[in-house]
Design a protein around this ligand. Structure first.
Ligand SMILES: Cc1cc2nc3c(=O)[nH]c(=O)nc-3n(C[C@H](O)[C@H](O)[C@H](O)COP(=O)(O)O)c2cc1C
Length: 173
């Protein structure tokens, strides 16, 4: 049976939800990553940066924009050394200016995706998957790709059945 790894980045706290600022006790992507684990099993790996992003939503968007412009690779608290034990790799993150936070790429660039099936999951407030699948395909060049899933962040708590059906259908068996 195929083994699953769910790599995710998620930022709790102030975020933009349905046109206003809300304080999220748990990040939207973390909620979705846990739904994937519940549906198909596997390990969760949370990407955490050494430097915290601003708690203020707007200050955080400025920091993220600057990192995107620089194509920064922020340092992480912990790195996955290898994904040799897994077949399916779910890469989950929020949409930050149209793609994953740069910290996701910090981690992915260190891994060998040869023979793996990769699936992108993005939570967002309107941009859908943005360019994340395109960007993943450049970094995980030796992988095969399943159809990605976009989840409206504000609906993350209600997305369990959609996420579960998608994960079961898309992951290699
Ligand atoms: C720095 C930053 C940039 C964002 N940029 C976008 C964007 O370009 N498009 C979009 O639809 N949502 C954008 N959002 C909203 C988030 O993608 C959305 O709220 C997401 O569900 C947050 O997930 P999280 O709670 O797991 O971090 C942005 C949020 C932040 C904090």
């Amino acid at each position: 049976m195929a083994k699953n790894l769910i790599i995710y980045y998620s930022r709790k706290g102030e975020n933009y939800v349905n046109g206003g600022i809300k304080n999220l006790a748990k990040g939207n992507t973390e909620i979705v990553a846990e739904f994937i684990q519940k549906a198909v099993g596997g390990e969760l790996f949370e990407i955490k940066t050494v430097k915290e992003y601003a708690a203020d939503y707007y200050a955080c968007t400025d920091e993220a924009k600057e990192e995107l412009r620089e194509q920064a690779r922020p340092e992480l608290k912990k790195y996955l050394g290898s994904i040799d034990d897994y077949d399916n790799i779910f890469v989950c993150g929020p949409c930050w200016w149209g793609t994953f936070p740069m910290a996701v790429f910090t981690q992915l660039e260190r891994l060998d995706f040869t023979g793996k099936k990769v699936m992108a999951v993005m939570t967002h407030e309107g941009s859908g998957l943005g360019s994340c699948e395109h960007d993943l395909k450049k970094i995980c060049a030796c992988a095969s790709f399943g159809k990605g899933l976009a989840v409206h962040g504000a609906d993350a708590v209600r997305s369990e059945s959609t996420v579960a059906a998608w994960a079961k259908k898309t992951a290699a068996k």
